[in-house]
Design a protein around this ligand. Sequence first.
Ligand SMILES: *Cc1c(COP(=O)(O)O)cnc(C)c1O
Length: 392
Amino acid sequence: MKKETQIVSVGRDKKWSKGVINPPVFRASTVVFDTMEEMRFAIQNRANGEMFYGRRGTPTHFAFQAAIAQLEGGEGTALYPSGSAAISGALLSFLQSGDHLLMVDSAYEPTRDLCNKLLKGFGIETTYYDPMIGEGIAELIRPNTKVLFLESPGSITMEVQDVPTLSKIAHQHGIVVMLDNTWASPINSRPFEMGVDISIQAATKYIVGHSDVMMGTATANAEHWEQLREHSYLMGQCTSPDDVYLASRGLRTLGVRMAQHEQNALKVANWLATRPEVDHLRHPAFESCPGHEFFKRDFSAANGLFSFVLKEGNLKAVTAFVENMAHFKMGFSWGGYESLILGVFGIDKLRTATQWDSSKPLIRLHIGLENPEDLIADLSAGFERFNQVITK
Ligand SMILES: *Cc1c(COP(=O)(O)O)cnc(C)c1O
């Protein structure tokens, strides 16, 4: 079955939805039982879709969890109140004091902060590695290395990793492989077939798709599901059924939205590639992006998020570019229907295993569902403002 088809029906089991199309919102803390026997049954089956207590979830949650687990290709999915909570929840479920973590150097900034602050305080040591390290990862593995964390493509700089090679080497040493799979969403890659043990989504992005809910998911394979599920439960992680309802509603249109984001972004990226001001594109579908060969091998499609590097420029010129855009708005996050622009500075300070040349400014775009011709006109005017500052 193709993913677009699967998206329409996945998780819509009658036992959750009672036959309506969208599983309704079940709000609950207390669930009441008539008999001791009924209560005992609920306790025993609380991890198998029996309602037991609100924190364990309701049919609204169970339907969405089943949908994400099936799309990602894993055994089960834990829900979290944000993508960052999914990352910290997954890491803390498999790391203890004295353990060693291998973290990709191009990780999302809050993931890096988590390692450098909270995990460090717990006595968990992090080594950052070059996203393009490939087989070289073997040299960084220590006897106490417990988790290898990947994010592919990396945040902002978009390096695509060789996930199967990294997973294979990690598994030779009994290391749990986690992937921040947000860019691919649950439909454009097959993390579990590439050897990933836990695939994480910031559902806030394309799954929700409308910039109005924060949510995270972590999906585990059969070997790691019980530990992930029980540890996330111990940490008290839960999500509002109203938010889950919105996320599962967003999910149904993920296929068409992603295809349109991809098509619009490719038009804009192809136009940017012709601009004399542009040094290179950091878009996985372009050869100039590190790991482009892994994108071609491992992903079925791209989306609306990419970056480009300018040949020259400074804060003032980039500010003139990104301010006063007609359609692109400045703001964090991505994956909604609207276009966003970010002038990103100080990337060199967020890299320790690799080097980044910050003398060339980087601009990140999220291409929304507007007509790409309007977006190109907007960027063209931005380049005019940029050039006026540069040539002054
Ligand atoms: C946004 C993002 C996150 C965090 O998600 P939140 O829901 O904002 O906490 C994690 N990883 C990646 C790659 C992201 O882009």
